[in-house]
Write a protein that binds this ligand. Sequence first.
Ligand code: NDP
Length: 392
Amino acid sequence: MVAAGASRAVTVLGSTGSVGCSTIDLIEREPERFEVVAVTANTNAGLLADQARRVGAGFAAIADPAQYRTLSDALGGTGIECAAGAGALVEAAERQAEWVMAGIVGAAGLAPTLAAVRRGAIVALANKECLVCAGSLFIREVAASGATLLPVDSEHNAIYQVFASAAPETVEKIILTASGGPFRTASMNRIAGATPEQAVAHPNWDMGAKISVDSATMMNKGLELIEAHHLFGLPGERIEIVVHPQSIVHSMVAYIDGSVLAQLGTPDMRIPISYALAWPQRMSTPSERLDLCTIARLDFEAPDPVRFPALRLAREALGAGGAAPTVLNAANEEAVGQFLAGRIGFLEIARIVEAVLEEMAGLGISTLDDVREADRAARMHARAARTAPAGG
Ligand code: NDP
């Protein structure tokens, strides 16, 4: 663990994304505090090379081999090593950084995140999909290696900050807050005709496209329910979801004595990222400070099961166990990709996920190979389940 005053060796997986850029921003604000071992991207070689130069990274890895030349040209003469392909991402995660940000989006992040877990790193977990799809197998790997998992998702980070981990029996339930996304009060007609641009326009958070669509369907909260179950060891029945449109109370823990502890802050991912980056210390951030008198009110309401069927699907998948969460996640990733490409309508996302869950019901999982196979099959079924044209 990093001592006060010493620098921490860090790797940022998915450095070119929304979480990745916020992480790099914090690192650049206190350069003496961090030594960057590796950074990674999928296709954005230009930004990756720029980040690697700025933070003086030792290694830059890009998933898309077609981008290798662009990356190596851009890093020419810097002495920064670079490589391409899925193996290069795993290599980035395996390099000896004490701390690793898992900031890749989707199940594609599973292999590199596991590589960091397996060597016992401190893993700041933004990539909720890899925990949803591999669930208890992932948690078993964490326990076996002695890795430290620090939740970065703002809700789970909030819970982590107020959860009595030394006395979990005193926790009655977890209350996950949800903004409700851009369609919280929209008519079903408007939701049915939602375009990708409207769906990614989140009212409070500035995030990548996939998680923004997940927030609009509320599948994001469903994935977070499963994530919370694995991170904090509570059954789904003791994880409540409450819509809180201002996104100020990031989540709460209710105790057996009736106390409820919450973590609050302005909606800026640099707050939970900084918590993980400096852990177990804290560091300052430029985030806007919370002014409760200006905000004046905080609202809470129950989620609407008709507008947001994805929440029910996630609860059912968690209850069903086996491969169901893996299938839910993969079918959702595929359907969101189709929606963003304009091939299906917004409401088709949950319909496709439900159809694939039904088709693959009862499938078990006992190894990581089973996870990969269920993920592959669910994506295939989701492509086949595509039923309606865009806007339908
Ligand atoms: P973005 O889409 O903004 O960024 C994703 C990152 O992953 C980019 O660096 C991207 O590279 C890389 N990437 C994408 N696909 C692949 C792939 N197939 N193989 C390797 N790398 C890949 O996502 P976000 O930053 O929004 O989200 C990242 C994760 O954090 C997600 O799991 C999300 O649920 C979670 N999260 C995000 C929050 C946010 O505020 N954004 C909040 C809470 C959780 P490239 O740039 O080249 O495409």
